[in-house]
Design a protein around this ligand. Structure first.
Ligand code: RET
Length: 251
């Protein structure tokens, strides 16, 4: 572990604390907001709540691990000898990414067979993407990192391609309000999910030592808040708009 200045250590400490607060706050919101949407969309909000609860737990563990990995000595944070555990992040993604995918499929309210098929294919791709990405993340040399990063990009592109196409097809059948929300969700998905591989590439841009450690932790934390809390809010907005449209169609 590199030696960190007080500012560098605190930046990560505060980002992790911010992400932890955002996850717990979002959990309360999603539980309460369930009542605001039609029956068939509630499951999507339950999934959002599970995602942020799982992530909240992992952020708490990451936060603890960060604090334990360094000690303050003569005005700088030096390695304490206890390793910083990056595994929590990957275990978190392993559980939450399939749920995020399932949540989007749920809010689209497609036929049962289509929903099950899509969720199964996309979850499998997500597990492959994260497992292969982890091998590269913990590798100490850049060549291994690059190779596993490239392998992980294959299922990543597959997920984006399927979701992009599916969301595009779903758009045609919706009211104007839902159309705009679905288009925005497509953009949010691309912007937030696209952020993770960019953060992963940081050490390959020649950024080293403390900067890369801090950059990766800050980058993944921002991406996680957007991809879990922000995305959950989008799903909520879609569920609400679709509930209104369903009520209008019945009246
Ligand atoms: C890795 C390894 C390098 C290549 C790629 C990656 C993609 C990661 C993604 C993670 C998404 C996580 C989310 C979490 C939210 O809960 C594994 C960094 C493509 C897309 C959405």
């Amino acid at each position: 572990m590199p030696t960190l200045s007080i500012g560098e250590f605190s930046l990560v400490y505060n980002m992790l604390s911010f992400a932890l607060a955002a996850m717990f706050g979002s959990f309360i919101f999603f539980i309460l907001a369930r009542e605001q949407v039609g029956q068939k969309y509630r499951i999507a909000l339950v999934m959002s709540a599970v995602v942020v609860a799982v992530a909240g737990y992992h952020y708490w563990r990451i936060f603890d691990s960060w604090g334990a990995a360094f000690t303050l000595e003569n005005g700088a944070y030096v390695a304490s000898g206890k390793p910083f555990n990056d595994g929590y992040r990957y275990v978190d993604w392993l559980l939450t990414v399939p749920l995020l995918v399932a949540e989007l499929v749920a809010v689209l309210a497609l036929s049962r067979e289509k929903s099950l098929g899509l969720t199964a294919r996309l979850s499998l791709a997500a597990v492959l993407m994260i497992a292969t990405g982890y091998v590269g993340e913990v590798a100490t040399d850049m060549v291994t990192r690059a190779i596993w990063g490239a392998i992980s990009t294959v299922p990543f592109l597959y997920i984006l391609w399927v979701l992009w196409g599916e969301l595009g097809r779903a758009v045609d059948r919706q009211t104007d309000e839902v159309k705009i929300l679905l288009r925005n969700t497509r953009l949010l998905l691309l912007a937030t999910w696209g952020f993770y591989p960019i953060v992963y590439l940081l050490p390959m841009f020649g950024i080293t030592g403390a900067s890369v450690l801090v950059g990766i932790q800050v980058g993944y934390s921002i991406a996680d808040v957007a991809a879990k809390c922000g995305y959950g809010l989008m799903i909520y907005a879609i569920a609400q708009a679709k509930s209104r449209a369903d009520a209008g169609a019945k009246a």
